[in-house]
Design a protein around this ligand. Structure first.
Ligand code: CTP
Ligand code: MG
Length: 548
């Protein structure tokens, strides 16, 4: 018997494949009007063919699936084993982009997207697209972050802000002798956008009995009489009483709170998170925190999310939105749950095996403000294996917030680095509890303050607002992953673009400016804005879970 040489076997194999390929073409030509067809090898589908207006799609499905799993003629497409229906437009994108447009299962978010209910375009979920997406996000962030844009702006902004900080300090210290004025918030933590406000909190020596409301009114009175501030807006009845100012010469806005000593600690906590990983930060730093040497800007996720929530008009606490501080914590918690960063509050100091307590006692209670604050030595006790890019993480974050996070039962907790159950906190969307009690607080959305554990930072977000905000996240994730069910106004006709142009267009599209979402008026608007994707009572919308 003639034994085939290796070379002969290879040739035979190649001829067989060629024949199969040709047969596929012929069958497609003969079944032109029948949509997609399958090449079968016994009971298993080996190849799926699709004849499209722009050309031919040839894909290799999962070997264990049967033809029935793939044919979705009523949907006008082929369904992959992961359950994603690909429309003609998706197919043509795959064809036009050739080998670049292959779904890459080694990218975690690509795999997750195909398993999710978002109807992603698999052809888009590849390394080239995510790299281009990361690049486009960073381009935007470099423009919008504090000190970004033209070179030298960082120094200029530092000077500009420094002048206002000095003036505010001087005035407050003269109105309240003995007080100390502390800068907090993003311009200190390093997570600031170019037009961030300056946040301050004023502390008094022990034994001083001013209430925050009295302080707000007294300082507002003094500043209205005299001072460089064009706008002086006291908000004594806000959850945290605050005085808002706008400096006439520079246009810089300031928020002044009183006695919020915890703000100093939570600002340092955020600053330390910002230093841990380039994916957390993208910002400019204006002054050095004691013991932490902050560096000039790099890439990040927080800043891009802060920019995006601003463009969507969903970052105004007075309108019932989460605050910037709250969004920042949500991003940090997401990165913790993805093992990009740890929970600093659960890690011991370097060289110690136990996690200590560090109690801060104020007039409103005692708080454990310990956290691991040696970012330079963190690698000795914690390392990440997560290598996802900002593009992948941003899409994963939008997907998580928009469609997956269980807002009905769960609490986002940076303190623990995970999600808690609302029942553990005695928080619920139906019943009221907590410090402000009185039957008014309904915890539809729950974000635990890292130190003030009784404070739900998103308790002012009501049910409709939560749906509408999630709608924005959902639409952004759909645009990013090229979902096949996007309404015409949101889809971009992208299949003819190259990858870099596609990524730029996608980032531009998700960042389109929207009117701020108004309390009580969100449902109709949002339904229209999201192409019917989110409804007032929309428990389920187009198969996507939106919370209860
Ligand atoms: N803060 C707080 N408790 C809140 C809200 C805010 O302690 N419920 C403190 C935090 O220290 C926070 C600071 O106030 O860092 C400023 O809050 P905010 O302006 O919302 O956050 P920023 O990070 O400064 O965001 P932006 O850059 O948009 O101003
Ligand atoms: Mg601020």
């Amino acid at each position: 018997m003639h034994m085939q040489s290796v070379q002969e076997r290879a040739e035979a194999q190649s001829q067989h494949e060629q024949a199969q390929y040709t047969r596929g073409h012929q069958r497609i030509a003969s079944e032109l009007d029948k949509g997609y067809i399958m090449e079968r090898d016994s009971e298993e589908v080996t190849t799926a063919y699709g004849l499209l207006p722009h050309g031919l799609f040839i894909g290799t499905p999962e070997p264990s699936a049967s033809a029935a799993d793939y044919v979705g003629r009523e949907n006008g497409g082929v369904q992959s084993a992961a359950g994603v229906v690909r429309s003609d437009a998706d197919m043509s994108a795959a064809v036009l982009n050739g080998s670049e447009a292959q779904y890459d299962p080694s990218i975690p978010v690509a795999e997750e997207l195909l398993k999710s209910k978002l109807r992603s375009d698999p052809a888009r979920l590849n390394r080239r697209y995510f790299d281009a997406l990361s690049k486009s996000i960073l381009e935007v962030v470099q423009q919008v972050r504090m000190g970004g844009g033209k070179s030298g702006r960082w120094e200029q902004e530092r000077e500009r802000l420094g002048g206002v900080v000095k003036t505010v300090r001087m005035i407050i210290e003269s109105v309240f002798p003995g007080s100390t004025v502390h800068q907090v918030g993003s311009t200190v933590s390093g997570l600031a956008l170019a037009d961030a406000d300056l946040d301050f909190t004023v502390l008094f020596p022990r034994g001083t009995n001013y209430t925050a409301v009295q302080c707000v009114e007294r300082l507002a009175g003094a500043l209205k009489l005299d001072g460089p501030f064009g706008e002086v807006k006291p908000l004594p009845r806000a959850k945290v009483p605050i005085l808002k100012l706008k400096d006439m010469a520079t246009g810089i806005r300031c928020d002044i709170s009183f006695g919020n000593e915890l703000a100093l600690h939570n600002t340092k906590l955020l600053a330390t998170y910002a230093l841990l990983d380039h994916r957390v930060r993208q910002m400019t730093v204006f002054r050095e925190l004691p013991s932490i040497s902050l560096h000039p800007p790099e890439s990040d996720l927080v800043t891009s999310v802060k920019h995006w929530v601003k463009r969507k008009g969903i970052n105004f606490p007075v309108m019932g939105h989460p605050s910037s501080y709250c969004y920042t914590l949500l991003v940090i918690n997401f990165l913790q749950r993805r093992n990009v960063i740890p929970s600093l509050q659960t890690l011991p100091p370097s060289g110690s095996g136990t996690v200590p307590e560090r109690l801060l006692t104020t007039s409103s209670g005692s708080y454990n403000v310990y956290f691991h604050n040696e970012p330079d030595r963190l690698h000795e006790i914690w390392q990440t294996e997560n290598e996802e890019t900002v593009g992948e993480l941003l899409l994963a974050f939008f997907k998580d917030f928009g469609t997956e996070l269980d807002f009905v039962y769960k609490v986002s907790s940076v303190r623990t680095g995970g999600l808690l159950h609302k029942a553990e906190k005695n928080w619920s969307k139906d019943s009221a509890n907590g410090r402000s009690g009185g039957g008014r607080i309904k915890h539809w959305m729950a974000v635990e303050d890292p130190f003030d554990l009784e404070q739900n930072l998103s308790s002012s977000v009501d049910r409709d607002m939560l749906h509408a905000i999630r709608g924005h996240f959902q639409v952004a994730s759909k645009i990013l992953c090229g979902a096949t069910d996007l309404p015409a106004s949101k889809s971009l006709g992208l299949e003819t673009m190259g990858t870099a142009a596609l990524a730029r267009a996608v980032v531009e599209k998700i960042c389109e400016e929207c009117e701020p979402l108004k309390r009580g008026g969100v449902s109709g608007r949002s339904a229209a804005a999201f192409g019917g994707g989110v409804g007032r009572r929309g428990r389920k919308s187009k198969g996507i879970y939106l919370g209860e």
